[in-house]
Design a protein around this ligand. Structure first.
Ligand code: AMP
Length: 296
């Protein structure tokens, strides 16, 4: 348990995971939890490091959750690299990998879903209308299975963090959410399991997204407060530079560009406090999201 020589246990049964969590809690040991969909990268690893700092017993889950994918989305082709993930996780010396099957999580007749409509119909929710319902449902189920004291989520999915915090508050989950900053490739591209869909050239070009976000943050820091002007700067920056440097590399389409209050995702009249600049871009068939926080 959190000991250098301990070995990781892989569990696929809900009842077994619940039993272990109960035993750990009986010993007054805190449980830290990192839910993932696998195809692990340094972003996931950074969350595991945070969990280890906060708790003696660390559980990671890998489950490609079908209910958070829309009917035309990439559920079937989502990268599944369990052997490599297992290697990475045993190097990290976590205590448990919980990796259930679809049937274990959603048996025949499953019928309960959790919705946080206030925050789920904007940003990513506009083009993925059922996504956050799936996310909330699986996270609530995982919390009931793992009983974590803390759970770590990435700022990369900033809207997800806001929605899950609301769900936890509204449904009185005893779990505290801790967030980890976005881990990036050396060129600035936010790490993502979906980056596996990109060619090397596309990965290089996609770094323009973060460059543009940084330039926009600089403009705000220098006093620019005109939201439509800032949004136009982002749109032009991404479209012009990414298309220019790769006219042959598939189509580029902006899904959304938002500059909003980070805590309630509302569009403010004037920028103040913690502001989130968030974008989603379709690069060929790959949807990329990124964001940056600016203190206004
Ligand atoms: P996923 O496996 O994509 O569902 O992500 C699992 C967790 O890792 C979520 O909390 C994500 O926000 C987080 N995550 C994904 N990419 C990154 C990244 N580049 N940096 C930090 N956290 C990340």
């Amino acid at each position: 348990m959190g000991h250098p020589t301990s070995t990781m246990k892989v569990i696929s049964k809900i009842s077994e995971m619940q039993e272990i969590s109960k035993e750990i809690h009986k010993k007054n040991i805190s449980i830290g939890f990192v839910p993932t969909m696998g195809a692990l990268h340094k972003g996931h690893i950074s969350l595991i490091d945070i969990a280890k700092k906060h708790s003696r017993f660390v559980v990671v889950s890998i489950f490609v959750n079908p209910t958070q994918f829309g009917p035309k989305e990439d559920f079937n082709k989502y990268p599944r690299t369990l052997t490599k993930d297992l290697e990475l996780l045993s190097e990290k010396k976590i205590d448990i990998l919980f990796a259930p099957t679809d049937k274990e999580m959603y048996p025949k007749g499953y019928g309960t879903y959790i919705d946080v409509p206030d925050f789920s119909n904007k940003l990513c929710g506009k083009s993925r209308p059922t996504h956050f319902k799936g996310v909330c449902t699986i996270v609530a189920k995982l919390f009931n299975i793992v009983s974590p004291d803390i759970a770590v989520f990435g700022e990369k999915d900033a809207q997800q963090v806001v929605i899950l915090k609301k769900m936890i508050k509204d449904l009185n989950f005893p779990t505290k959410i801790i967030t980890g900053q976005i881990i990036r490739e050396p060129n600035g591209l936010a790490m993502s399991s979906r980056n596996k869909y990109l060619t090397d050239k596309q990965k290089q070009n996609a770094s323009i997204i973060y460059k543009t976000l940084r330039e926009t943050a600089n403009k705000i820091n220098k006093g620019e407060r005109n939201i439509p002007k800032l949004k136009k700067f982002i749109k032009d920056g991404i479209l012009t530079k990414m298309t220019h440097s790769s006219p042959s590399e598939n189509s580029l389409k902006i899904d959304y560009i938002e500059i909003i209050n980070k805590n309630n995702l509302q569009q403010p009249k004037t920028l103040k406090g913690e502001c989130l600049i968030a974008v989603a871009v379709w690069y060929g068939k790959t949807r990329l999201i990124d964001n940056i926080t600016v203190n206004c």
